[in-house]
Design a binder for this molecule. Structure first.
Ligand code: MN
Length: 195
């Protein structure tokens, strides 16, 4: 695929306020993600990764290439499923039914997901993914890890690296995790589940 591009955010940098500030989005997308993109583009020319999709690189690479490719894929999936805050914000359709069937209720699912994000030690990501049989699984992934390396289909993720929340919430990761549910673009997550 050649050069990996920095994604364009599907929202204005201030659109997620007051949950996530313009300052955080500007730094997170324009500095952190841009750096991972630049590092990856510097590392892949002339290697076997040059003609792979981002997901294929994440599945096959190790070391620095894996770390940068993983972080690009993780951030793309994170940012593309966020939108302006809504207080009543829940999934619909088949995804909502599967969540209710497997976790008992949306609230029970939300509590488990939030808890796994809060208890992840160090830097990483909390994920909702689908297995081949359509069942859902919540995982904690360290650093640049992504559920595609376990053969899962990633649906929803919250970034719990400190750079995702520190300017707005300082050390209060749990407050960030409780608030970010207002931002989930469930239509995007439902589309990923349906694919
Ligand atoms: Mn991040």
């Amino acid at each position: 695929m050649g050069k990996i591009d920095l994604i364009t955010l599907p929202f204005a940098p201030e659109a997620l306020e007051p949950v996530i500030s313009r300052e955080t989005i500007t730094l997170h997308h324009g500095k952190h993600l841009q750096t991972y993109v630049n590092n990856l583009n510097a590392a892949i020319p002339g290697t076997k990764f040059e003609d792979m999709t981002l997901e294929e690189i994440v599945r096959q690479a190790e070391g620095g290439v894996f770390n940068n490719a993983g972080q690009v894929l993780n951030h793309n999936l994170y940012f593309e499923a966020l939108r302006a805050p809504r207080l009543e914000n829940v999934p619909a359709g088949g995804l909502a039914e599967t969540i209710a069937a497997q976790f008992g209720s949306f609230e029970a699912f939300r509590k488990e997901f939030t808890g796994k994000g809060a208890s992840l030690f160090g830097s990483g990501w909390v994920w909702l993914s689908a297995a081949d049989d359509g069942s859902l699984i919540i995982t904690q992934e360290q650093n640049a890890q992504n559920p595609v390396t376990r053969g899962l289909k990633p649906l929803l993720t919250f970034d719990v690296w400190e750079h995702a929340y520190y300017a707005d919430y300082r050390n209060r990761r749990l407050d960030y995790l409780e608030a970010i549910w207002q931002l989930v673009a469930w239509d995007v997550v439902e589309q990923r589940f349906a694919l």
